[in-house]
Design a protein around this ligand. Structure first.
Ligand code: S3P
Length: 175
């Protein structure tokens, strides 16, 4: 039985790399945000707007406890998932956890390329975004670094680069 959980800041490539990793290994792929949206019939942005971040974090924790029990899966989490409650300890107790580590500059570029609405960074200018990433990454990294594995990722702006990260990740995991 294989269970791999990808963690890391928004825009680190958890969903992009996770989906390709699952495909390469013949595992199912789940994205925790999508799972929440499917179970609650509400977008993450709407949950934030209606229930606040506190409400979202409770839902996220509960849904993590469902999705992390699945077998033969790659699960990509939200950027904040490891930083609340005992989520990081919980994930480490049942899975191979991997921190996808990227610089603030790469994260900002990925976020600009992405189309998903992210409530925490909505409406920020480029400068504000980089500033916000630098500050919150510093606060969050102590959680991310509790993952069992760390993979450095650089700009993932084409298919080959994504595949290279998948190969490196498989080497790191020995699978
Ligand atoms: C969040 C990251 C998002 C999503 C929510 C909050 C965060 O997921 O869970 O908007 O706190 O970093 P992604 O990392 O997939 O963007």
């Amino acid at each position: 039985m294989k269970r791999i959980i990808l963690i890391g800041y928004m825009g680190s490539g958890k969903t992009t790399v996770g989906r390709q990793l699952a495909m390469a290994l013949g595992l199912s792929f789940y994205d925790l945000d999508w799972y929440i949206e499917m179970r609650f019939h509400r977008s993450v942005a709407r949950i934030f707007a209606e229930s606040g971040e506190e409400g979202f974090r409770q839902i996220e924790r509960n849904m993590l406890h469902e999705a992390a029990e699945f077998e033969d899966v790659v699960l990509s989490c939200g950027g904040g998932t490891p930083c609340f409650y005992d989520n990081m300890e919980y994930m480490n107790s049942l899975a191979e956890t991997v921190y996808l580590k990227a610089t603030p500059e790469v994260l900002a570029m990925h976020l600009k390329m992405g189309k998903v609405e992210r409530p925490l960074i909505k409406g920020k200018t480029e400068d504000e975004l980089l500033q916000y990433i630098r500050q919150s990454l510093e606060e969050r990294e102590k959680y991310y670094l509790q993952a069992k594995h760390v993979l450095d990722v650089s700009l993932l702006d084409n298919y080959d680069k994504i595949q290279t990260s998948v190969t490196l990740l498989r080497q790191e995991l020995g699978i």
